[in-house]
Design a protein around this ligand. Structure first.
Ligand SMILES: [Fe+2]
Length: 260
């Protein structure tokens, strides 16, 4: 399994505070069946700045430590870039990293709102050949109340990634309900752990996929797992309604029908 969103690099953000805990996290991911982790430290979050060239160095060091343990696990470079008005300037400066140098960039919205310029940025990125992946839209208060806001971002060119622990219910029933609802609206393209530590915000993809199998059906597991691999291979990703062959109600079919 591939995990496209994690905070496994020590010292750089609210992830592990030292190498020992970062290695504990790597072992946990491996035990969960994960073989590829995209490291996505926060960048321009208001609290953390981690320009691309620094992330590349940290990921190199982490991979060296993992190789010393003979663990069949690879960490890839990435960032979780906060949507900010000067994002395109940051891109030109070379500060931003896509996920494993693919066409995909992980974008984080503020938790309370969807900035008015977010749609324009997603569209401008698409013109540059970069496809934004909206990180954990279920945790954005405006999207939770009005999923059409997410559909507009998808229409502008974005994909979206739900957090595994939102789906499994570790963040409460409300987030779990919203997460499953967004999946059923065909507005989700990935699940990822957004792991931060080995105790609370953990690597738990297998538990999440088991839950998805029970609640949504096995075809969704194939869709989500396949999409994570497509990121690493830099391959195009299709909308879920083109991949998931389940019968849908008219409401679900119509919601994202225009994105075909
Ligand atoms: Fe994150």
């Amino acid at each position: 399994m591939i995990d496209i969103h994690s905070h496994i690099i020590p010292f750089v953000d609210d992830g592990p505070p030292d190498w020992d805990i970062a290695i504990q996290m790597a072992k946990q991911a491996y035990a969960d069946g994960i073989r590829g982790i995209v490291a996505t430290p926060h960048h321009k979050s208001g609290r953390y700045i981690n320009p691309g060239h620094e992330v590349v160095q940290w990921v190199g060091l982490l991979n060296e430590k993992i190789q010393e343990m003979n663990m069949d696990l690879v960490v890839f470079t990435g960032q979780e870039v906060r949507v900010h008005a000067e994002l395109l300037a940051s891109l030109r400066n070379g500060d931003l990293l896509n996920l494993h140098e693919s066409r995909y960039m992980l974008l984080e919205l503020p938790s309370t709102s969807v900035p008015t310029y977010a749609e324009d940025i997603v569209y401008e990125l698409s013109l540059l050949g970069i496809q934004a992946i909206i990180a954990h839209p279920e945790r954005n208060a405006e999207i939770a109340n009005n999923p059409m806001l997410l559909s507009r971002l998808i229409e502008a060119g974005a994909l979206s990634q739900i957090t595994a622990q939102s789906i499994t219910g570790h963040f409460g029933r409300k987030l779990q309900k919203i997460s499953l609802h967004l999946c059923k609206l065909n507005a989700v393209h990935f699940v990822a752990t957004d792991a931060h530590d080995p105790v609370k915000r953990v690597f738990c993809l297998s538990e999440c996929y088991h839950y998805i199998e029970r609640k949504l059906g096995v075809e969704w597991i194939h869709y989500f797992k396949g999409n994570a691999e497509k990121v690493i291979n830099d391959e195009p990703i299709h909308q879920p309604r083109d991949q998931i062959k389940e019968k849908r109600s008219g409401l679900y079919s119509n919601f994202l029908g225009k994105f075909r």
